[in-house]
Structure formats: C-alpha cells, structure tokens
Design a protein around this ligand. Structure first.
Ligand SMILES: Cc1cc2nc3c(=O)[nH]c(=O)nc-3n(C[C@H](O)[C@H](O)[C@H](O)COP(=O)(O)OP(=O)(O)OC[C@H]3O[C@@H](n4cnc5c(N)ncnc54)[C@H](O)[C@@H]3O)c2cc1C
Length: 409
C-alpha cells in the first residue's frame, strides 16, 4: 500500500507518526512545497523577537524520516484525480496513492486594499517571511501592522522588542476577538500603548502608496494618513487547497471531514488548518487553525489510514502566549453571546484579570490577561471542558479546585 501525505507540518508529521505505529510496512511519501526541513510556525515570532535561536525552529521529528521509511519529496501538488487515485506534481509528474492525506495547511491572505501586494509589505507566516523580516528589522525604523490577530500582535511585539516604532491598525472595534473578550482586548491595547505602540481600532486602510525612497504612505478611510517604512499584514488566512479544483473532494473555505478525518471521497483524508472537523462543543465542521488541533487531527487521520477506527473527540481552541510582558491566554468559549454566567477574578491593580465562563452550569471557557501562573489552570480545565464534566461552581470550592490564589475577587 502507498500512503501519500501532502504537507510536512504539524498535521502531516503527526499522521506519519500515528500511521507507523500501526503499519510498519507500507510505503509512505510526504510531499511539501516549502523547501527545507519541517519547522514550527508557532516559533517564528520568538525567533523574530530574538528570544529563540534560529535552529530551534526545526522539528527534530523530521530527521527521523529515514528511520521511519518515509520518502520525502519537495514539490508542489497541482491537482488530484480521485477517480484514478493520482496526484500531479509540478516537477515529479504523476504519483499514484492508495490512501491520501491532505494536510496542506493555510496561507496568509492579502486584504482588499489597493496597493497591498508590493515589495516591502510582508506577512509573518513562513520561514521565508521570517528571513525577510529579520533583515527588514535591521534597516527600518517604523513598522505599520495591519490587523490585530494573534500573529499580528506577536509581530508587533517582536518589532517593538527590536526597537522599531510600531503603529497597529485594526478594522474591528477591538483587538484579538478570537483570543480575548472585550475587557481582555481593552487591557491588551492599554498594555501595548504602555510599550509605545500606537493602536487604532475601527480603522480602515484604503490604499497603500509606495514613495520613491521605498517607504509607504498609508491612506485611511477616515481621511487620516500614516507614514511607515515597513508594513506587516495579518488579515486572515486561506486553506492551501486550490489543487482540489476539478476533483471530487468537496470543499469550501476548508475541507469538511467527519470525526475519522474522512472527506467525502473514499481513501482521501484531511487534517489541520486545511480541514474543518468536529469541535469539542458538538459543531460538525470547525477550523480552529491551531497547532494542537492540527496534531490531534493528523494523529487520528494517520491511525485511520493504517486501518484503525479512531474517532476524534473534537477540537478545543486554546491560545497561550506572552506578549508585551503579560500572559494572554484563552480556551473554549468566553464571549458574552456564548456564555450565560461568569466569574471574574481581578488581579491586583495593573496585573490583569481572569474570566471563567459557564453555559448551562458547565464550564465552557476561560480567558485571561495577566498573571502567568494562572495558566496552570488550563491543564486542569481542558478535560473538564472537553468532556462536559460538571464542577461545583461555588466560588470557594472552585478556588480550591483550580488553585486560584493569584486573584482577588
Ligand atoms: C506566526 C505564526 C504563529 C502561530 N502561533 C501559534 C500558536 O501560538 N499556537 C497555535 O496553536 N497555533 C499557532 N499558529 C498556527 C499553527 O502554526 C498552525 O495551525 C499549524 O501550523 C497548522 O498545521 P498544518 O499541518 O495544518 O499546516 P502547516 O504547518 O502550515 O503545514 C502545511 C504543509 O503543507 C505544505 N503544502 C501546502 N500546499 C502544498 C501543495 N500544494 N503541495 C505540496 N505541499 C503543500 C507546506 O509546504 C507545509 O509543509 C501560528 C501560525 C503562525 C504562522
């Protein structure tokens, strides 16, 4: 049997590992269009900030391909013919498969802003982007960040840590809506301003004009202008699944899969950022675009391609990071529309807060900005949220259970 895995990232590598656990014989081919050894995208901002050395980006697992009997091919998949069970590669011709995993991840998109796609305007998504930004940070003095998601704020923190002046514009009325509730967003904006970052929410970028000296003039919809000599854009991602056009695999923005990571086509599986699978809250098709989710989905897909029958218990969104000298973390549901009760633990002045969220008497999420030690709760809460376990909600018992001693209510 020949198993082909498109993608050498979190999902693809987890699938290799799981597949080999159950099937020691079959041929495995892993294909990646990004050159070089596999690396962690999660660590790109840490290297950009100078917190981590470049060599720490690479995943040690990739070195085990030979030992695991994996044939690694650096090439781009152009199309899939699911009737003949073949994929076409840009340089290596046609490759037949018996089982196929699509773990091709996602890419950063350009927003619909006039002049956005030109030299000097960057994403922070790949190792190539990192290389370009490391160089740019050495020469440039001011950076404009467009967008305020997780990656954008990491880019802003890296730039500020490297001594650049940073301005951030966000189209929505608050920062990081996927990671923080409104209060958390406001605290983060305050914290960034303390670090000298100029933060503008509810601000629409209309056009980017490149000056003769290579710097930029950014025209805002409200008539304002910003001058900057470097721009980083973090305004949404799209799955790398263009090669599915013309195939029988159903897809929209991502590929819907069942809890076994099967697509609608027999012997074709999908996992990671390119796929939409079940969530821990019972949603059928959700794309969380997170590293742990990609690993979990990849492991389920790899096991099932090797003949097992393992069902995924659903993805639970979780983000934990440290930016602008505060810990920022969330898990599950924490926005007011998704919860009916919450306990808020306010830390001492200036230290941040933590919100534990309930729906129908069950803990469904948590978000916090501040004291790093509180993150230790996440490990205990993860199985509780995932398995919908009831926990005694009285504040005293909860405090003891979660060991929350860092906050004053
Ligand atoms: C800067 C940054 C910071 C992040 N920080 C966090 C974090 O703190 N926590 C977190 O949980 N998540 C984080 N993420 C998200 C996380 O990295 C992704 O969710 C995860 O990498 C997805 O894994 P994947 O295997 O689906 O895709 P990827 O890791 O993106 O791998 C995709 C693979 O597919 C290959 N490929 C794509 N198209 C083709 C093609 N046509 N032909 C052949 N090969 C192809 C690529 O070369 C690559 O090997 C971050 C992402 C970025 C960019």
């Amino acid at each position: 049997m020949h198993t082909v895995i498109i993608g050498n990232g979190a999902a693809g590598l987890a699938a290799v590992r799981a597949f080999r656990k159950y099937d020691k014989q079959s041929r495995i081919t892993v294909i990646s269009k990004e050159g070089g050894a596999a690396y962690s995208r999660v660590l790109l901002p840490y290297v950009l900030r100078g917190k981590l050395s470049y060599d720490k980006l690479f995943l040690p697992y990739a070195e085990r391909f030979e030992e695991l009997g994996v044939n690694y091919v650096e090439d781009e998949v152009l199309s899939l013919n699911d009737a003949s069970k073949e994929i076409s590669l840009a340089r290596s011709g046609v490759l037949p498969y018996d089982k196929l995993l699509i773990a091709s991840g996602s890419r950063a998109l350009w927003p619909p802003v006039k002049g956005v796609e030109q030299e000097g305007i960057h994403h922070l998504w790949t190792r190539k982007d990192l290389d370009a930004l490391i160089e740019a940070f050495k020469e440039k003095r001011h950076v404009l960040i467009i967008g305020s998601g997780f990656v954008s704020l990491q880019a802003a923190w890296s730039a500020r840590s490297r001594g650049l002046d940073v301005t951030l514009v966000e189209i929505a009325d608050r920062l990081m809506p996927l990671v923080l509730d409104e209060r958390g967003s406001a605290l983060m904006a305050e914290q960034m301003e303390k670090f000298g970052v100029k933060v503008f929410t509810s601000t629409i970028t209309n056009e980017i004009i490149k000056n003769d000296d290579g710097s930029f003039r950014i025209l805002l919809k409200d008539g304002g202008e910003i001058d900057s000599d470097l721009i980083i854009v973090g305004a949404g991602v799209g799955a790398n699944i263009d090669f599915l056009k013309g195939s029988g695999v159903e897809f929209g923005r991502t590929i819907p899969v069942d809890s076994f990571m099967r697509t609608n086509v027999p012997d074709v599986f999908a996992a990671g950022d390119a796929a939409a699978g079940p969530s821990a809250f019972g949603d059928e098709h959700v794309t969380h675009a997170l590293w742990p989710t990609a690993v979990e989905m990849g492991a389920v897909a790899g096991s099932n391609m090797a003949g097992k029958n393992i069902s995924y218990d659903g993805s639970l969104n979780m983000n934990v990071t440290h930016m602008f000298n505060v810990t920022v973390a969330s898990m599950g549901k924490f926005n007011s529309k998704d919860i009916d009760e919450s306990y808020v633990y306010d830390a001492e002045a200036g230290k941040g807060y933590c919100k534990l969220c309930y729906k129908d008497g069950l803990i469904v999420g948590i978000c916090l900005v501040g004291v790093a030690e509180a993150v230790s709760m996440f490990g205990r809460l993860r199985p509780i949220i995932r398995k919908h376990l009831a926990v005694e909600c009285s504040p005293t018992k909860l405090d003891a259970f979660l060991n929350i001693r860092y906050f004053e209510r």
